[in-house]
Design a protein around this ligand. Structure first.
Ligand code: NI
Length: 175
């Protein structure tokens, strides 16, 4: 069990484009995924991307199969390992939703994103993943994959009247 330090916005490593994984089912990949799970669980994250712990590889995990205590209003997302992902927008109608990020602690912002996407990639054993998602699930996938392209959600905020500190925006919510 290793809880890794989560890099915070301002660290240039969060702005890099990550490298594709070339070998699956390796001890190093399994160890990375265990660290990601431990770190995400300890922080109650909805997801986490390898660059957030300083690993420049196209690996994200998201979902727990349970309602997330940081986002109690949303439906559970199945626990997913997604490697070398691609996202295809199926419905570019934008939906607005509040987002937070473990690399931007204490803050929330409204981010417009396409409402329905297809995501493809591989799991840790190299098995193909090909799913469609909408709502919170689609939002989380897009947010996590953004980390692999060096994008943090504040870069996608358009209305800065709805971006700020949680204790100010939502005085009754703990982060
Ligand atoms: Ni994030």
């Amino acid at each position: 069990m290793t809880i890794r330090t989560i890099l915070k916005m301002g660290d240039p490593r969060l702005l890099q484009v990550s490298e594709p994984v070339t070998q699956f089912d390796t001890p190093a990949l399994h160890a990375l995924l265990q660290d990601l799970r431990d770190t995400m669980q300890a922080a109650n994250g909805a997801g986490i991307a390898a660059p957030q712990i300083g690993v420049n590889q196209q690996v994200v995990i998201f979902g727990s199969g349970k309602v997330n205590p940081r986002y109690p209003q949303y439906e559970p997302i199945p626990p997913t390992v997604l490697i070398n992902p691609t996202i295809t927008v199926l419905d570019d109608t934008e939906e607005e939703g509040w987002e937070g990020c473990l690399s931007v602690p204490g803050m929330r912002g409204v981010v417009p994103r396409p409402r329905r996407v297809r995501y493809q990639g591989f799991d840790e054993l190299g098995r193909v993943i090909d799913r469609q998602a909408e709502g919170f699930h689609a939002r989380v996938v897009q947010h996590e994959c953004d980390h692999l392209w060096g994008k943090l959600y504040p870069m996608r905020v358009r209305d800065f009247t709805r971006f700020g500190y949680i204790d100010v925006l939502f005085p009754d919510v703990k982060d």
